[in-house]
Ligand binder design. Sequence first.
Ligand code: ADP
Ligand code: AMP
Length: 214
Amino acid sequence: MKIIMLGAPGAGKGTQAKKIAEKYQIPHISTGDIFRANIKNGTELGKKAKTYMDQGLLVPDELVCDLVVDRVKQEDCKNGYILDGFPRTIPQAESLDEALGQMGESLDYAINVDVPDEHIVNRMSGRRACVGCGATYHIVYAPTKKEGVCDVCGAELILRDDDKPETVQKRLSVYHEQTQPLIDYYKGKGILKDVDGTKDMDVVFQAITDILGA
Ligand code: ADP
Ligand code: AMP
């Protein structure tokens, strides 16, 4: 099963993608996580990506496409995968389609987690990320057992720099301009599935599993 997640920043793509990956035993590939790991490790890619991420801009397509195409060719992806945060532009979607076409493959589902802008700032200002393992929480909707400490690895939680309100506004406008057109792109391919992302996480997950099947 080859799935992509669409939706505004903070819509809940990562939250749902992790649950889907676990249920269907397929790798969860998050380009945001890949960039953050590169930043943490001080790689050249990380240094380049950070300059864009800090401004709420997208990292240029040429730094993203090959990375994802190489990743989906790996052995653990042969039974499928879930892409979270990619594609984010029409050229990215086209380059993925072209690479999959060359392998005789295609995507099965594009799941659009629909959340209106007015919910997004609240979602993102309350999001907390673990500096150790990258796990994601929300101070109200998905709190940790002990405040400020990761349930999984015990490391400290932070508010991501790009989740600060001034950057969130920029990311939202970038989303509407560059990423939202993908909804029509995948509708045209007949694989778009919309879910209401304003509902509780478990309700959203149920809606997704209804689409994907047992
Ligand atoms: P994305 O990957 O789309 O940027 P996340 O999955 O990180 O979004 O979710 C953004 C924030 O909103 C996180 O803090 C997460 O815990 C919270 N969240 C995710 N889904 C829901 C939901 N259905 N209801 C309330 N909060 C949610
Ligand atoms: P995310 O964790 O998905 O919210 O991504 C965080 C940031 O990483 C984004 O705001 C972009 O700057 C960058 N990024 C992640 N995925 C992509 C992508 N497919 N194309 C361009 N930039 C990306």
